[in-house]
Design a protein around this ligand. Structure first.
Ligand SMILES: *Cc1c(COP(=O)(O)O)cnc(C)c1O
Length: 496
């Protein structure tokens, strides 16, 4: 039909260009003479040759095939797919922020440094910590940074502790970060209420415990009520407490990890603090610490010296740099803008609405799905598709069916300790109508599973491509093909 459904390689015409430049008056030189031979291509790169307008339409058509928070509901649990207010974008694009250079002398970038300094201070208040680094560029990197500080702290005390305790409901990055930081992970099973069992925890805590990593509310959306006791058990054994604050949407302005007894926290600005999220980055995973860990924070530190902001490298016990320059600056500008536009009262309201919304949806859906932890939740909740599985339809099938209605599915098969798990997080900015419409579709799917399972099993029906063979994609990935093969493969996919 229309040419934008064609592949860009198909509309390519030899010699067509998307730009017109005046004739060059610089003498031509042969690249062969300027570069080592092995860096020069034998055959030209196979790039499509199209006009500027064709190129614009190509990328616009591709972007319309994406699902994002700006074009639909995205209730991905443990992921806080939050609306990014457009004022964040305006501020990040201000010339004073977007056109500075990281090698510029500090005296000429005082405004940017002030923003970084104030963001550190604000995040310290929000988390109840004494100091914050903005360097890590993701939650996982924040975890690793925190654990490297634990290591440096223990070394300075002359201790070698090797174990990091992680509950079985934790995000997969927790044990991964512990391993990369050189610790051994010990998994703590949750009790039947989905919480850390203090008696069970005590059995695992000893002189070899470096830290406990905890998410609170945990990844089931439940608040660890015994957190004060848990902190006491770990501290009395000489271990530290690490708070995975990737999703802090339920605690903003309500409580802080500091009050709960934690020593280290990371936040995901790309989740809780609205900055864009998805597509692999960029993100930001700032880390806050209590006083005793400040000497180990990454360098450089952004500090205030009377009325000047300075970049301080003089921190002899620091674990060093964990990221080039000062973190993902544009993301930090967006988070700062969000915090300043919301204010303390606004952030408190975020948490209240996030929790209200999650409980509203939970109550609507619980009659139709198995609810393994049916109790008041925080910003997210889990359901199980075990009832539907008995009828031959799995959670994956229901997730695919949701695509037919224009919804991004919730997180599925996580946390691992819930069978056929669906993890739903509506976020605070969704309207009642949006949540009602989503609930209606979920209920319709639950009914289809009983009356017309094939429509679910064969879904999605309305997307550009149908089901992918995920197992084959993982086992036999094809990472490189010629232009002709790409055209053939894409045609196959579009047909199926
Ligand atoms: C998303 C998430 C992480 C990891 O954050 P990344 O930025 O993806 O590295 C860690 N813990 C929890 C609970 C999360 O939801």
């Amino acid at each position: 039909m229309v040419e934008y459904n064609d592949l860009i390689f198909e509309i390519s015409r030899s010699g067509r260009v998307g730009s017109s430049l005046p004739e060059s008056d610089v003498n031509k030189v042969d690249l062969q003479d300027k570069f080592p031979k092995h860096l020069i291509r034998d055959i030209p790169a196979e790039l499509p040759e199209v006009s500027e307008l064709q190129l614009v339409r190509h990328y616009t058509a591709l972007s319309n095939k994406n699902h994002g928070i700006d074009n639909g509901f995205y209730p991905l649990g443990s992921c806080t797919m939050k609306y990014n207010p457009k004022i964040n974008e305006d501020v990040a694009r201000l010339e004073g922020f977007s056109r500075i250079h990281p090698y510029q002398p500090a005296e000429t970038a005082q405004g940017a440094l002030q923003l970084l300094y104030e963001l550190q201070e604000e995040l310290a208040v929000i988390t109840g910590m004494d100091a914050v680094t903005l360097q890590p560029s993701a939650g996982a990197q924040g975890e690793w940074t925190g654990l490297m500080m634990v290591k440096a702290y223990l070394k300075e005390k002359g201790e070698t502790r090797t174990k990091v305790l992680v509950p079985d409901s934790a995000h997969g990055t927790n044990p991964a970060s512990a391993t990369v930081a050189g610790f051994q992970t010990v998994t703590i099973p949750s009790n039947e209420n989905g919480l850390v069992d203090v008696e069970e925890l005590k059995k695992h805590v000893d002189h070899d415990t470096a830290a406990l990593m905890l998410t609170n509310p945990n990844t089931l959306g439940l608040f660890e009520k015994e957190i004060v006791e848990i902190a006491k058990v770990v501290h009395e054994a000489g271990g530290l407490l690490y708070y995975d604050g990737a999703n802090a949407n339920a605690i903003l302005g309500k409580t802080t990890p500091g009050k709960m007894g934690f020593d280290i926290v990371h936040l995901n600005l790309h989740k809780t603090f609205t900055t864009p999220h998805g597509g692999g980055g960029p993100g930001a995973g700032p880390v806050g610490v209590k006083k005793k860990l400040i000497p180990y924070l990454p360098v450089p530190r952004i500090e205030k010296d009377e009325d000047k902001y300075v970049i301080d490298f003089n921190q002899p016990l620091s674990i060093g740099r964990v990221k080039g320059y000062y973190g993902n600056f544009g993301i930090l500008v967006r988070a700062y803008t969000y915090i300043r536009t919301m204010g303390p009262e606004g952030l408190r309201q975020v948490s209240e609405s996030a929790v209200l919304h999650a409980n509203y949806l939970r109550k609507k859906l619980e009659p139709y799905f198995e609810a393994p932890y049916s109790q008041i939740c925080k910003h997210e909740f889990v359901l199980s598709g075990s009832k539907q599985k008995k009828l031959g339809v799995r959670t994956l099938d229901m997730a695919k069916r949701l695509l037919d209605f224009g919804y991004h599915p919730p997180t599925i098969y996580f946390p691992l300790n819930v069978e056929e798990c669906l993890m739903i997080e509506p976020t605070e900015t969704e309207s009642k109508e949006t949540m009602d419409a989503f609930a209606d579709v979920m209920i319709q799917i639950a009914k289809e599973v009983e009356n017309n399972p094939d429509v679910v099993l064969e879904s999605p029906h309305t997307t550009v491509i149908g089901r992918l063979d995920e197992v084959q994609a993982a086992r036999q990935p094809i990472l490189r093909y010629t232009k002709e093969e790409a055209v053939e493969i894409d045609k196959e996919i579009v047909k199926s």
